[in-house]
Ligand binder design. Structure first.
Ligand code: MSP
Length: 500
């Protein structure tokens, strides 16, 4: 039986145009999804858009369209970007999908029945950009949100609460028993300390926000966007069918929900998220799942943030990097791979054109591309048609097994930078072989010797092309084509050098 691998991105807010930071989470998932497929896993890769809430209502009003029209436009922009970036997602969920709305309503009613959700009232400081109430300890001087540095709004309203406090101890126990759950390790402590400092019940409905999913039993309330959004991961896995079996409310509407068997997909193998939404995914979401008596995802991984030339990416600063523009100029694959070579996955990184061009020229044009051109040019003269199987006493080909093992280990840790270090390191050794053996000179005195070196180089680069595929699917396919059995053609350089 093939093993499933269920991987998710966060669902993206549709109140802004997608930029490089958004693409980062998605490309990371795409790399992992492609790698797992190579390894024979039955991959389900989910992404989508997060479409409710006051901010989206505001963005729509500012554009003079209805919220629905606005979400259609931006959701389509995301899909378009994912096409450009060659993202191989299997499923795209929108929180405005009717089946998702029914699931959220059914989950809410279920938790109301179990006593995990109750009606109360709230007064506190609210950040309209985070769509979140803040604790006194988090608020900056001058009544400002620590993330957006914007003034907070005083809110007083009737609201339903989720009994998050009930899950303080179970969560701590879970973290302890599943050390791989919160990842990377250096971000886990912050979460554990946060939970240890005491969890307060969470307000999960709004009476002032109209653009949201109404509570079935009390439609004056709409469901808090984060509560709605997190549930997407189980909607897409087919939790609707489970709720039906449990005779939940809305049995009728839930019937046409995604048809797979929920247990086949859930729990997710990984939720990939940025560091600023780690807490939602590692505290609130697991608590909701515990309340629903559903298993928890295997892992939540929080990556770092990209700045641009030292500054936060922002529309106001006008320094937002559009990945589609970058890709149009330099190719999609160089953009994809750069993000994971430059910075250890998990940590923050800074994007600069200079470092992009440096990496492109050294890693891609020189190390990978030039090696391929040289090898094929020499092979055309000294080997002739390329054979399908290349076997012999080739030390570097034998070494590929060790490299592959190191690559697998690095993927296990989600150390994409280490995967690339292995691949590029291996390719450097191939370059060294060319420089040491000088097949073009060897050919004059020992044609068979030269042929053997070139065959080894071809065999080894076939490996490289395979390893590069998750990062650079198009380029890797092209490499595989050029290295395939048969006649060697004349080719343009894989990565034309960029002049600074
Ligand atoms: N809608 C919520 C997620 C709900 S999931 C149940 C959300 N959306 S978002 O569009 O604001 O962010 C989506 C992803 O983009 C997050 O993982 C976030 O970390 C990532 N990034 C947005 N800007 C970023 C950078 N500048 N750098 C790296 N990633 C960042 O949060």
């Amino acid at each position: 039986m093939t093993k499933k691998f269920y991987i998710t991105t966060p669902i993206y807010y549709v109140n802004s145009v997608p930029h490089l930071g958004h693409a980062y989470t998605t490309i990371a998932d795409d790399i992992l999804a492609r790698y797992k497929r190579q390894k024979g896993f039955d991959v389900r890769f989910l992404t989508g858009t997060d479409e409710h809430g006051a901010n989206i209502e505001k963005s729509a009003a500012a554009k003079g369209v209805s919220p629905k029209e606005w979400t259609d436009i931006v959701s389509a922009q995301y899909k378009e970007l994912w096409k450009v970036l060659n993202i191989s997602y299997d499923d795209f969920i929108r929180t405005t999908d009717t089946n998702h709305e029914h699931v959220v309503q059914a989950v809410f009613e279920k938790l109301l029945k179990s006593g995990d959700i109750y009606l109360g009232s709230y007064s506190g400081k609210y950040c309209t950009s985070c769509e979140q109430y803040l604790n006194e300890s988090e608020i900056l001087e001058g009544n400002l949100c620590p993330v957006h540095k914007k003034p907070l709004t005083e809110v007083n309203e009737e609201t339903y609460f989720f009994k998050l406090s009930r899950y303080e101890k179970p969560l701590l126990k879970y973290y302890e028993e599943h050390p791989e759950f919160l990842s990377p390790k250096y971000r886990a402590n912050e979460i554990i300390n946060f939970v240890k400092s005491g969890l307060q019940d969470l307000s999960v409905t709004r009476t002032k926000v109209k653009w949201g999913i109404p509570v079935k039993s009390n439609p004056a309330h709409t469901i808090y966007v984060w509560f709605d959004a997190l549930i997407n991961y189980i909607t897409a896995a087919g939790v609707g069918t489970l709720l039906c079996e449990e005779k939940a409310e809305h049995e009728e509407q839930l019937k046409d929900i995604r048809i797979e068997k929920f247990e086949d997909l859930w729990p997710a193998d990984i939720h990939m998220v940025g560091k600023e939404i780690f807490r939602f995914h590692s505290v609130i979401w697991p608590a909701v799942l515990m309340a629903l008596q559903l298993p928890l995802p295997q892992k939540v991984f929080a990556h770092g943030w990209w700045t641009v030339e030292g500054e936060k990416m922002s529309k106001t600063l006008g320094n937002v990097i559009n990945p589609a523009e970058l890709a149009a100029k330099y190719g999609v694959d160089p953009v994809r791979v750069f993000l994971f070579r430059e910075v250890p996955f998990g940590q923050d990184g800074d994007f600069s054109m200079a470092s992009f061009i440096n990496r492109y020229n050294s890693d891609l044009a020189n190390n990978i591309g030039n090696l391929l051109s040289r090898t094929l040019n020499m092979a055309a003269k000294n080997v002739g048609d390329l054979p399908e199987k290349i076997e012999g006493n080739y030390p570097l080909l034998a070494q590929a097994q060790t490299v592959e093992k190191a690559i697998d280990d690095a993927y296990e840790q989600l150390s994409f930078d280490k995967v690339l270090e292995q691949i590029y390191g291996y390719s450097s050794e191939l370059n060294k072989l060319v420089n040491d053996k000088k097949p073009w000179e060897l050919a004059k005195t020992d044609p068979e010797g030269a042929k053997q070196v070139l065959l080894e180089l071809i065999a080894c680069q076939r490996k490289v092309a395979l390893w590069l595929e998750p990062f650079m699917p198009t380029v890797a396919k092209e490499m595989q084509k050029r290295l395939s059995p048969g006649k060697i053609e004349k080719y343009a350089p894989l990565f034309p050098r960029i002049d600074k």
